[in-house]
Design a protein around this ligand. Structure first.
Ligand code: SAM
Length: 708
C-alpha cells in the first residue's frame, strides 16, 4: 500500500476499529469486519461526517485487507492478506480513471442536450461506487439538478456491503453538493445481486441473479423501444460505466501463492457453468473464462441503441484469444468506438504491486440492428501512458474486416504502434500469406506451405520427475529459453543447464523430430520491450523445456533464416502484448511461402534460397552439437564456416543481408524498412552505447540498397 493510501485510510480504519467493538464479535473474521463496516458507515452518517462516509467507500478495498481480532484482551485490526479482496474482486477504480471513464461515457452531455429528460446511467459491478460517484459529479457539472441525478444513477453489485457503501457515498456526495438525500432513497436503484446470471425476457435464470428488466422496467422493459436480440431487453441505458472483476474463473494454484481460498475452485467452476447455461453471453461464455468478458458483453447488451459505454478492462481484450469473438462481435456490429490500451508507469490499483496493462473500451449503441454497422471505424491506440493522454500519432483506424486480414485464424486485434505501422503491416498481410492458415471456427489447418509444426514435448512442471540435476550416462542436457539467443543455442546469457534428461525419453517424445540430427526452437517468453522479440535458434538434439517450443518444417533452415530477421520480428511485435509468444501469434505472422525462395536469385547464381542459405550459414553462431545442421546445409551445397572461423562482423553483415532480403520479399519500401527499424528502440540504444551509432540500421539499409 502506498503512503498516501495509508493516510486516506487512517480515519476509516479508526472508525472500523471503533465499530468492531460495538458489533457482536465473530470467529469468522470477514463476517465481523463486514458487520463493523456496516456499523461504521451508519455511525459516520448519523454523526453527519459525510466526508468520512465517502472515505469509507473509497477505502473499502483496502479495508478488506484487514480484520478485527482480540489479542491479549485488546481489540485491533490485523492484516489478513489479499485473498478475500481478490475473491470479491474489490479493486476500486482510481479517481483519475473513474473521472476519465465518466467523461467518456457522458461525452457531450450538457443542460441543453439533456433538456427536461433524465438520462439513465448504470454500473453493473458498481462496488463501493467509485465510478458512479464520478458520474454523479459529471451530471451535476452538466447542470442536472440533484433530484434528477439521483434518478439517473443505477448500479448492481454482488457484494452487499459494497452496495451499502455505494448508496451511502452517493447520498453523501449529493448532500455535500447541496441536495440533501439519504442512502435509502437509492435502495431501488443501487441493488445487491449477481449481474450476469438472472433471467431475461428471452432466457430463464441460470442461478440467483438480478432480473434486470424487472428491476429497472422503466429502462429495460419500455414498450415500443428497440429489442435486444439475445436477452429481449427493450430499451437500454443511455450510458454504461464499468470496471468489472478481472479474475479468471478457472482457479490456478500459481495465482494464489499455491493456496486458493477454501471452496473457491468449486465456486468458480460452478459460476463458469452457470455463465454458460444462462445463454446470455454467446460471445464470451465459452473457453477459458475471465469474468470481465461476460461483463463487457452484458454492458453492451444493456446499452440503448444510441447509448455510450466506457469500460476499464485488462489490455488482453485486444490480443487474447478468449476475447476475439467479443471483439469481432463489437466491431462487426459497428459498436466499438474507441479502444485505448494504457501502459501506466506505476501500478494503478491500491495494494497491487504489478504494473498491469489496461484498456478503456468505448462502445456506441447496443447490439440492436444498426443501419450500416460495418461502416464504423474504431479508433485504437496502444501504449498510452494514462487515460488522459491524447492518442495523437498513436491512433489508427480499426474496421471490422481488418481483424481477419491481420489475424485470419483467431480474429484477435493487432497492436499497431501508429497509423504508419497499421498501414505497413496491413499491406504486408494483403501481399504475403501467414505461416499457417486455419479454418477460423474449427481451427483445422487449411494452408501450410511450410509444413509447420510447433510442439512442446517436455513440460518443466509435468515432466519434472524425469529431470536429473547432474549429467550422467545416457542423459542429455535440458535446454531452456534462457540458454539461447538469436540463432545461437548458447547465447541466452545462462551458460549451464539446470537439468539433464534421458536420451531415451527425448527420442520417445520427439519421435521423427530428432531424425534430422538437430532441433530448432524459439523463446516463447519474450516481450516487445527487449532488443528483439522473436528469437529462434538451432539446437543440438537435447531435452528442451516448454519455454522453448520446437519448430519443425520441411525446409527448416530457410524458415529459421526468415524468422530470425528484423522485418519478421517487427510483424510479430505489432501483434504481441504480454510475455508469451503463443503458437497462434507465430502461426499468423506473414512469411513468404517456400516457393518464393525457389525463384532465380536476381543477386547472384542459383535461387533466392541459395542466396539466403549462404547468409544463414554465416548468421548462425556455430557451436558444438550443431553438426547435424552443418551436414544438412553442406548436403544442399551451402558453404558452412568452420567452428574456429567465427567472425562476429561477418555474422552481423550476413544478418543484415537476411534482414534486407526479407524486406524485399515482404514487399517493403526503403522508407517502410527504415520506419520498422526505428521501432526497435532497445536495439538502437544498445548499438549507440556500444558503437556510438545505430549500426544495425545502417548495415540493413546499406544491404537493402545493394539489393536494389
Ligand atoms: C473491480 S471492482 C469495481 C468496483 C467499482 N465499479 C469501482 O469502480 O470501484 C469489481 C466489482 O465487481 C463486483 N462483482 C464481481 N462479480 C460480480 C457479479 N457476478 N455481479 C455483480 N457484481 C460483481 C465485485 O463485488 C466488485 O465490487
Amino acid at each position: 500500500m502506498t503512503g498516501s493510501s495509508r493516510t486516506a485510510l487512517d480515519r476509516p480504519a479508526a472508525l472500523l476499529l471503533a465499530a468492531a467493538g460495538q458489533v457482536p464479535a465473530s470467529d469468522d473474521l470477514h463476517r465481523w469486519r463486514d458487520d463493523a463496516v456496516k456499523h461504521a458507515v451508519n455511525l459516520a452518517w448519523e454523526a453527519g461526517e459525510l466526508a468520512v462516509v465517502g472515505a469509507l467507500a473509497a477505502g473499502y478495498d483496502a479495508l478488506l485487507l484487514q480484520a478485527p481480532v482480540v489479542e491479549k484482551g485488546r481489540l485491533r485490526l490485523r492484516p489478513v492478506g489479499n485473498a478475500e479482496r481478490r475473491h470479491r474482486g474489490a479493486f476500486s477504480t482510481p479517481p483519475g480513471f473513474a473521472n476519465a471513464l465518466a467523461g467518456r461515457a457522458l461525452q457531450g452531455w450538457n443542460a441543453d442536450l439533456l433538456g427536461e429528460r433524465t438520462p439513465t446511467v448504470v454500473d453493473p459491478s458498481c462496488g463501493a461506487g467509485a465510478l458512479l460517484r464520478a458520474v454523479l459529479a459529471h451530471l451535476l457539472a452538466a447542470g442536472l439538478p440533484g433530484n434528477r441525478v439521483l434518478e439517473a444513477l443505477h448500479g448492481v453489485d454482488a457484494d452487499p456491503i459494497a452496495v451499502l457503501l455505494c448508496r451511502a457515498a452517493l447520498a453523501a456526495d449529493l448532500t455535500l453538493a447541496g441536495y440533501p438525500c439519504r442512502p435509502e432513497q437509492l435502495a431501488d436503484r443501487i441493488v445487491a445481486g449477481d449481474a450476469l446470471l438472472g433471467g431475461t425476457p428471452l432466457r430463464p435464470p441460470a442461478g440467483p441473479g438480478v432480473v434486470w428488466h424487472e428491476l429497472f422496467p422503466a429502462v429495460l422493459a419500455r414498450p415500443g423501444a428497440a429489442i435486444e436480440p439475445v436477452t429481449g431487453w427493450q430499451g437500454g441505458f443511455d450510458a454504461v460505466v464499468a470496471n468489472p472483476p478481472w479474475e479468471r474463473l478457472k482457479v490456478h494454484a500459481r495465482d494464489w501463492d499455491g493456496a486458493p481460498p477454501p471452496g473457491l475452485r468449486v465456486g468458480r467452476a460452478s459460476a463458469a457453468r452457470a455463465l454458460r447455461d444462462v445463454g446470455r453471453h454467446p460471445l464470451t461464455g465459452a473457453g477459458e473464462l475471465n469474468a470481465y468478458l461476460p461483463f463487457v458483453e452484458t454492458c453492451w447488451r444493456l446499452l440503448a441503441p444510441d447509448g455510450r459505454a466506457a469500460l476499464l478492462v485488462p489490455a488482453g481484450i485486444a490480443s487474447d484469444r478468449s476475447a476475439a469473438r467479443l471483439l469481432e462481435g463489437l466491431t462487426g456490429a459497428g459498436s466499438l468506438d474507441r479502444l485505448h490500451l494504457i501502459e501506466p508507469a506505476t501500478p494503478i490499483f491500491v495494494g497491487v504491486s504489478g504494473r498491469v496493462g489496461v484498456a478503456i473500451v468505448e462502445l456506441v449503441g447496443g447490439p440492436q440492428p444498426q443501419a450500416a454497422p460495418a461502416q464504423r471505424v474504431a479508433e485504437v491506440a496502444v501504449g498510452l501512458a494514462g487515460p488522459d493522454e491524447p492518442p495523437g500519432d498513436r491512433a489508427w483506424p480499426l474496421t471490422a474486416g481488418l481483424l481477419r486480414v491481420v489475424n485470419p485464424n483467431t480474429g484477435t486485434a493487432p497492436l499497431f504502434g501508429s497509423a504508419t505501422d497499421a498501414r505497413i503491416v496491413t499491406a504486408v498481410h494483403r501481399r504475403v500469406p501467414v505461416l499457417l492458415r486455419r479454418e477460423p471456427t474449427s481451427g483445422v489447418v487449411q494452408t501450410d506451405a511450410w509444413q509447420l509444426r510447433l510442439v512442446t514435448p517436455l513440460h518443466m512442471t509435468r515432466d519434472a520427475p524425469h529431470f536429473r540435476s547432474a549429467p550422467g550416462e545416457g542423459l542429455l542436457p535440458l535446454w531452456e529459453a534462457k540458454h539461447c539467443g538469436l540463432l545461437d543455442p548458447y547465447g541466452g546469457g545462462t551458460a549451464q543447464p539446470r537439468y539433464w534428461v534421458s536420451e531415451q525419453l527425448v527420442r520417445e517424445r520427439y519421435g521423427p523430430l530428432c531424425d534430422r540430427g538437430w532441433l530448432a526452437g524459439y523463446r516463447n517468453v519474450s516481450t516487445t520491450a527487449g532488443q528483439r522479440t522473436l528469437l529462434p535458434a538451432p539446437l543440438p538434439v537435447a531435452g528442451v523445456g516448454n519455454s522453448l517450443p520446437l519448430i519443425s518444417a520441411d525446409r527448416l533452415p530457410l524458415l529459421l533464416a526468415a524468422l530470425s530477421t528484423l522485418p519478421v520480428d517487427y510483424l510479430v511485435r505489432q501483434k504481441h502484448a504480454g510475455a508469451n509468444v503463443n503458437f497462434f501469434k507465430l502461426e499468423q505472422v506473414p512469411v513468404p511461402p517456400p516457393a518464393d525462395y525457389d525463384r532465380p536469385s536476381p543477386w547472384g547464381p542459383g535461387t533466392i534460397s541459395d542466396w539466403v542459405l549462404a547468409r544463414f550459414a554465416r548468421a548462425v553462431v556455430w557451436a558444438p552439437g550443431l553438426s547435424g545442421l552443418a551436414d544438412e546445409l553442406r548436403r544442399d551445397g551451402v558453404p558452412v564456416p568452420d567452428l574456429a572461423d567465427d567472425d562476429p562482423l561477418l555474422r552481423a553483415q550476413a544478418r543484415a543481408e537476411l534482414d534486407a532480403v526479407h524486406a524485399v520479399l515482404l514487399g517493403l519500401t526503403r522508407d517502410e524498412l527504415s520506419h520498422l527499424l526505428g521501432t526497435f528502440t532497445a536495439l538502437r540504444i544498445r548499438d549507440e552505447k556500444l558503437h556510438g551509432r545505430w549500426v544495425t540500421a545502417e548495415r540493413v539499409l546499406a544491404a537493402f540498397d545493394r539489393l536494389g
